[in-house]
Design a protein around this ligand. Structure first.
Ligand code: COA
Length: 174
């Protein structure tokens, strides 16, 4: 397999079953208990900002973005990101993150947040969110709360518990 054999595509509903299998393989049944999963239960992910890598017509990796809110702040939550074991360590995960970040910026997203390992995501532009600024609906290691700011000041606006953007309180209009 060479990098040229891998194709990156926008996610479609036809990819759903294969993506589910990849996430099951990568995270197991424990994925349903994760904080990020809990947030994603609040509403749909952004299909137009989610991507797959394919090889020989099969999905071998996936990344999704979901709109989230925390206080007045708005952002996209990146994840799950997963790569089939046989295709790890050839740059597919990093490429998918870069594609997703580019799409997020093009779509005008203020920031992208995730729960993950700083050594992996740091070189991709993610930095730690100051401890105590935001919380998640389930316990997480606060050192793993990372964000990339697209619009200056967007990360500072994130405040309090993170939820799916569809569940954010809409300010009263009267
Ligand atoms: C993490 C994951 C997405 C990386 O995808 P990948 O395509 O294998 O990664 P890439 O090829 O882009 O990058 C590989 C590099 O990242 C490093 N790396 C992988 N996981 C890492 C981690 N958790 N922390 C630090 N570095 C990591 C590898 O050692 C490798 O380093 P090298 O380039 O110096 O050799 C993939 O291993 C995976 O699906 N893991 C299981 C699910 C998971 O943990 N997802 C992330 C949730 S936050």
């Amino acid at each position: 397999m060479t990098p040229a054999d891998v194709t990156y595509l926008g996610e479609t509903p036809a990819h759903d079953a294969e993506i589910e299998a990849i996430n099951e393989e990568a995270f197991g049944p424990g994925r349903f208990a994760r904080a990020a999963y809990r947030i994603r239960e609040g509403g749909p992910h952004e299909r137009a900002l989610s991507f797959v890598a394919t090889h020989g017509g099969a999905v071998i990796a996936s990344v999704r973005l979901t709109r989230i809110a925390a206080g007045e702040g708005r952002a996209l939550l990146l994840g799950p990101l997963a790569v089939r074991p046989a295709f790890k360590n050839v740059g597919i995960g990093r490429k998918l993150v870069r594609i997703a970040l580019e799409a997020a910026a093009k779509a005008g997203a203020p920031a992208v947040l995730l729960v993950g390992d700083e050594p992996y995501y740091g070189p991709l532009g993610f930095g730690k969110i100051p401890r105590g600024q935001i919380s998640m609906p389930r316990p997480v290691d606060l050192d793993r709360l990372l964000a990339v700011e697209i619009v200056p000041g967007a990360v500072a606006l994130l405040d309090g518990e993170v939820c799916h953007a569809d569940l954010a309180r809409v300010p009263a209009t009267v």
